[in-house]
Ligand binder design. Structure first.
Ligand code: URA
Length: 250
């Protein structure tokens, strides 16, 4: 990014106001840069160095935001949709100027960890099939998931379109029983993200996923304090972990 930028562009980006509102604020004497009253809201400033205040409050500039969402069922992983509510509709207005998008997709009926950001480069790296970023899912499956399935997944299975998956790591938390009406509970870690991949991997071994939740992505686990539909920003440690894992993954 350039070192200096138009002040009104920076302030609009962090949601202080539109360009015309900022022009008015400057006219009213509400904006200062390094203690000097701003006359021209189009002046050039360096957001990393210059101290900008609006109505006496310091404006913290940042280009990117990184959000962890516990996605609920019933919303689609998109920025816009003609029919359904999207994950972006669940965000507070304060994030609107950043124009975040979901990093990859969870199905409408899948819950759990979804990362949203406007950092296209990080998103691209996380989604790159070459990076093999591990994703872990918790699922309820009808009915008995067993050692043979674990073995099959450990080699990779063939999906309905003939695609051979990479090996997946299956942990059986509870073995289901059809007669008793109890589904299996499992955790599956996969390194890729084909369309409906977890559901189709189980289909490949003749079983059906009835509940699916993503519980981790790369080094980050879903924060248990986040209720369904809730969102929080990643901490700087989490962001560093994500970036580092991403650089080292191949
Ligand atoms: N696999 C699926 O089948 N669905 C998802 O939403 C994510 C992974």
């Amino acid at each position: 990014m350039k070192q200096t930028q138009r002040l009104d562009k920076i302030l609009a980006h962090v949601g202080v106001g539109t360009r015309s509102e900022l022009k008015r604020l400057a006219k009213e004497g509400a904006i200062y840069v390094n203690g000097v009253k701003v006359k021209d809201s189009g002046m050039q400033v360096n957001p990393d160095k210059d101290i900008i205040t609006v109505n006496g409050e310091v404006v913290t500039y940042r280009e990117f935001v990184y959000l962890m969402m516990n996605k609920p069922q019933g919303v689609v992983s998109a920025t816009e949709d003609n029919r359904d509510r999207t994950v972006v509709d669940l965000l507070d207005d304060e994030y609107a100027p950043f124009e975040v998008f979901p990093v990859g997709r969870l199905d409408k009926d899948t819950e759990g960890f979804l990362l949203l950001t406007n950092d296209g480069k990080l998103a691209h790296n996380l989604l790159s099939p070459r990076k093999h970023v591990p994703k872990t899912y918790y699922a309820k499956v009808e009915w008995e998931v067993n050692e043979a399935d674990r073995e099959a997944f450990s080699h990779g299975v063939t999906l309905d379109d003939g695609y051979e998956t990479l090996p997946g790591d299956l942990k059986i938390l509870q073995t289901g029983n059809e007669v008793a009406g109890i589904p299996s509970e499992i955790e599956l870690t996969i390194m890729e993200g084909k369309f409906h991949q977890v559901k189709r991997m189980f289909q490949a071994v003749g079983k059906q996923v009835i509940f699916l939740k993503r519980i981790s992505m790369g080094p980050l686990g879903l924060d248990p304090a986040l209720g369904l539909g809730q969102v929080r920003e990643l901490s700087s440690d989490e962001l560093t972990a994500l970036r580092t894992a991403n650089e080292n993954q191949n």
